[in-house]
Design a protein around this ligand. Structure first.
Ligand code: HEC
Ligand code: HEC
Length: 630
């Protein structure tokens, strides 16, 4: 594909149009896939004159001339673009296109021509280049590993294991280390205290390709942003800090979900500290991306739930954190002199308390909706506004308020019911005081891998968060089946978890979006089909000997009834639980209503679930393969 005029676009190539011009609208009208652009990730050229944005919904790369959006060219892509990175000389751009078998495209930045296509793993994202431009690292989200692509040999040369859903990555300024953010904790969810559930960061030595993990503080989840400070001394992360040990009686003061920034000391590979991005009286829901300015002056965080940009005075933050003890436990601020034996925190050293950043952080309100990816060039910060098909351009300024412009990539989209539901689901402003959104516990409409003590079935019996895929087809809802339908659960979620009252039309829109969710093909499938082992497992699953299908009948793999399968735990008030749907169960560890098992193998063998412990080792492995393929 070559850069060309409007006629070329109509033949399936590129588009040149004036900002907000009607050309895009007519194209959008013809292809439903392009109804929304969905700008997600963004990069800016070294001279600051060209901006590149992944258009997730339009399946295209936008090339935008700055500072004015006079012309936008787009390059059509084979699948949803999830991330991009620009070579230092500005001549090549690498874009990850997500699929079960993803492709990483090398694109000529000036001509918009696709030069090469490197195959990668399942749902590739977050490409990161070595400073010398010789290697490209790509996170394979659902393979839980990282592809190392040698750009001279023109092929993938290694895979390095991460922990769970690697989703963001940054290479150290000296190129020696690759730091990878894992989205979710990989631990059992029914543990408490300092060693309970937390996401980890994977550190890869780029010479030996040896990997190590740095565990974040308890309750850290939904880690979406990672960046180095320009001196290479610190890695900063944007994520949620879930206080999942607390009963969900209130939402204020980051009581349920706090929104956090973690600073890691790179040399020591240790968390320096985790601070809350929330204010005293208003949360800053759903931090997404994080970036540092090249002069080390500012750290910026996009807040997808509150349509804001946090601009933090980096030297002031680092100086304060170096003085304070690590608060390794997300509830320390509340357990003053708590029984777990962690040092009581008072006054200004309550690092994990809302309002900690007062005086060293500005909150810049953006005019678009759903800020996600960030790019920084000089004192200019760009944030993609996912739902309004626009880019926020913020000029940072030490003395005065930051100045803000919004660059439209097309006409302001008209949201249909499903899209409106998606917007509301991700909107922290629904919540009393903006502390969290539905997506805070249900990232991408799935689950945060944590247990929460919702009060719908009594207090003191936490349940593992459920994925919302096909919830509307598998009533009743909740592990205990206390909600008759998913519709009822949606409305009680708004009322009792976001602690607000909203019009019925908003709940209906959220239903519509949740109903539109489609399963992602399992990474255990081989070219979309069951492996031979999984095929043997399928027969066992449906056999009388195993009897799994009695309670988990296809196609939803649930009989929608509650059963006592001997899984009652110490904290439970009941013995019978709703039979879970098994589609996408490969993605929703930990398992059972209290998240006690991290693998299907453990559930079936140790948990003796469905009598599967009586199978031979080989049969058990086959059954596990089948369940993981659903
Ligand atoms: C604080 C975390 C949290 C937040 C925020 C949250 N949920 Fe949930 N959600 C859960 C947990 C935990 C469960 C499972 C509870 C159980 O099994 O008893 C759940 C279950 C559900 C279910 C039932 C799923 C099924 O198949 O049975 C629906 C539907 C749901 N949530 C929708 C929502 C919506 C809509 C919002 C926003 C209005 C929301 N949730 C916000 C934690 C949360
Ligand atoms: C008598 C009904 C019944 C039978 C038979 C049965 N299950 Fe289940 N299954 C359940 C129930 C109920 C749960 C939820 C229990 C809980 O949450 O404590 C469950 C949970 C599971 C889970 C965990 C899902 C999750 O998201 O946490 C998997 C996987 C599973 N079953 C697979 C199987 C397999 C494989 C077999 C056959 C060896 C089987 N089941 C047999 C009723 C049954």
């Amino acid at each position: 594909m070559k850069a060309a005029g409007f006629g070329e676009w109509l033949r399936g190539g590129l588009l040149v149009l004036a900002a907000g011009g009607s050309a895009w609208a007519s194209e959008a009208a013809r292809t439903p896939a392009a109804a929304y652009l969905g700008p997600s990730a963004v990069a800016v050229s070294g001279d600051g004159r060209v901006l590149y944005a992944c258009l997730a919904d339009a399946r295209a790369l936008a090339i935008v001339d700055l500072p004015d959006v006079k012309a936008i060219r787009t390059v059509r892509l084979p699948a949803e673009p999830t991330g991009l990175t620009l070579r230092r000389d500005g001549q090549r751009i690498y874009v990850t296109c997500a699929a079960a078998a993803s492709s990483v495209l090398e694109i000529d930045a000036a001509a918009g021509e696709i030069l090469a296509n490197f195959p990668a793993g399942h749902t590739a994202t977050a490409p990161a280049l070595a400073p010398d431009g010789q290697r490209l690292y790509v996170c394979n989200r659902f393979d839980h590993d990282v592809s190392v692509i040698d750009l001279e040999q023109r092929q993938e040369v290694a895979r390095v294991a991460a922990v769970r859903e690697p989703i963001a990555a940054a290479v150290s300024p000296d190129g020696r280390e690759l730091w990878v953010a894992n989205l979710l904790p990989a631990s059992p969810a029914n543990r408490f205290g300092v060693l309970a559930a937390a996401a980890a960061v994977t550190v890869v030595d780029t010479r030996t390709l040896q990997a190590a993990q740095v565990r974040l503080i308890t309750g850290s989840t939904s880690v979406r942003g990672i960046a180095f400070t320009p001196d290479g001394k610190y890695v900063v992360l944007a994520h949620i800090l879930a206080r999942y040990h607390m009963p969900t009686i209130r939402v204020d003061s980051s009581w349920m979900n706090g929104n956090a920034l973690t600073v890691i000391d790179v040399g020591r590979r240790e968390v320096l500290n985790t601070v809350l991005l929330d204010g005293f009286v208003e949360g800053a829901a759903n931090p997404w991306d994080i970036a540092c300015t090249a002069d080390g002056r500012w750290i910026c965080v996009s807040h997808a739930g509150t349509n804001e940009l946090s601009v933090i005075d980096a030297p002031a933050l680092l100086a304060t954190l170096r003085r304070l003890p690590l608060v390794a436990f997300s509830n320390a601020a509340f357990f003053n002199g708590n029984s777990d034996g962690y040092s009581a925190s008072t006054g200004e050293d309550v690092v994990n308390a809302p309002g900690f950043l007062a005086g060293i952080r500005r909150r810049v309100k953006l005019s678009g909706v759903g800020p996600r990816g960030l790019a920084v060039r000089g004192s200019q910060v760009y944030a993609t506004e996912y739902f309004t098909d626009s880019i926020a351009a913020v000029t940072l300024n030490a003395e005065t308020e930051a100045s803000l412009r919004s660059l439209p990539l097309g006409p302001r989209p008209q949201w249909d019911e499903v899209r409106r539901g998606e917007v509301l689901f991700h909107d922290g402003r629904l919540c009393l005081e903006c502390w969290q959104s539905c997506a805070s516990c249900h990232p991408d409409g799935r689950a945060d891998a944590l247990n929460w003590d919702l009060l719908n079935d009594g207090e003191g019996n936490p349940k593992n968060t459920l994925s919302l895929l096909w919830s509307h087809r598998t009533a009743p809802a909740m592990a205990s089946g206390v909600r008759p339908t998913a519709e009822a659960a949606v409305r009680s979620g708004i009322k009792h978890i976001l602690m607000t009252e909203r019009p019925e039309s908003e709940a209906a829109a959220i239903d519509a979006w949740l109903q539109s969710l489609q399963p992602v093909p399992s990474p255990a499938l081989v070219e979309g089909r069951l492996s031979p082992a999984a095929e043997r497992g399928r027969q066992l699953f449906h056999s009388d000997r195993c009897g799994c299908a009695k309670c988990h009948p296809a196609p939803l793999y649930t009989d929608r009834k509650t059963h006592d399968v001997g899984s009652r735990g110490e904290l439970d008030e009941r013995s019978a639980f709703d039979t879970p749907m098994l589609v996408e169960v490969w993605r929703t560890a930990p398992y059972l209503h209290d998240g006690r098992y991290t693998t299907i193998e453990q559930l079936l063998a140790e948990g003796k679930h469905g009598g599967a412990d009586k199978l031979s080792e080989e049969e058990l492995a086959a059954l596990v393969q089948f369940v993981l393929s659903l």
